[in-house]
Design a protein around this ligand. Structure first.
Ligand code: ZN
Length: 148
């Protein structure tokens, strides 16, 4: 009886621990080619991160699509430039591009999308840039992803 209680308690404690390491990040984008954040930080205790992108504008995806793409900072311009010709069906990214570490779906006004990823995908202290790969947007819609 006592052992069973102990096991139940430790299961609860373990579940609490796992929750503490699940982190959530939120970013929004609008019809004025702006993300609401220039920097996102993944805390040192995070293991899984859920990132939610919300498009607070009204324009459709074909006209004002936004996504959230992460690459090493020194790769981002090349990835964005090569992606421009890939079309909306490919979300303006070269299919299977290994330089793309993370990306959400591309969405239009009023929509939101999220991805969950393991922090081990990234290196602590790495130099990462997030951006929107829609043609032309990446010139202004970009920021730093910091992994503590
Ligand atoms: Zn965009």
């Amino acid at each position: 009886m006592k052992l069973r209680l102990f096991l139940a308690l430790s299961t609860l404690l373990f579940a609490g621990q796992a929750l503490a390491n699940d982190c959530e990040l939120e970013i929004s984008a609008n019809d004025q080619l702006q993300f609401d954040k220039k920097e996102l930080t993944i805390g040192a205790d995070c293991q899984q991160v859920k990132l939610t992108l919300t498009h607070t504008g009204k324009l459709p995806v074909a006209q004002m699509g936004h996504n959230w793409v992460v690459t090493d900072s020194d790769q981002f311009q090349a990835v964005a430039q090569e992606g421009m010709t890939q079309g909306l069906d490919n979300e303006y990214l070269v299919p299977g591009d290994k330089r793309v570490l993370l990306h959400t779906d591309m969405i239009g006004g009023g929509e939101s999308t999220s991805i969950t990823f393991d922090v081990s995908t990234l290196e602590k202290g790495g130099d990462y840039t997030f951006f929107c790969s829609f043609p032309g947007h990446w010139a202004v819609m970009k920021g730093k992803l910091i992994v503590e």
